[in-house]
Design a protein around this ligand. Sequence first.
Ligand code: DGP
Length: 114
Amino acid sequence: MEDTIFDKILRKEIPAKIAYEDDDVLAFHDIDPQAPVHVLVIPKKKRTGVKTFPRASAEEIGTYMIAVAKVASHLDLDTDGYRVVFNQGRNGQQSVDYVHAHILGGRTLKWPPG
Ligand code: DGP
């Protein structure tokens, strides 16, 4: 698997503003925020994208998704709400081949997305 910028952030080789960390995930603020709160959550066990999830266990993906919700809660977004986005592949505009959940909040978000 190709080494990505998120592998380097996880290894603390390059800096990021960490929002949350536990045994399973690392969450850090997006360098190009699209909302007042824009945090990326990556699993410590690397997966390149959502399309690999069918090859993972329900426990692995369940643990990851529960952690995404925990991070949103930790960011105090439960009351007003938020959006979770996964970009997958070229049409999804995925630019980093390390799976990451975008948590967007802090304002009313538009729908549909572009
Ligand atoms: P995506 O298009 O879904 O692959 O989103 C990748 C996101 O990663 C994008 O919103 C910008 C963010 N990003 C890229 N490089 C860095 C970085 O070095 N640090 C941080 N904090 N975010 C980054």
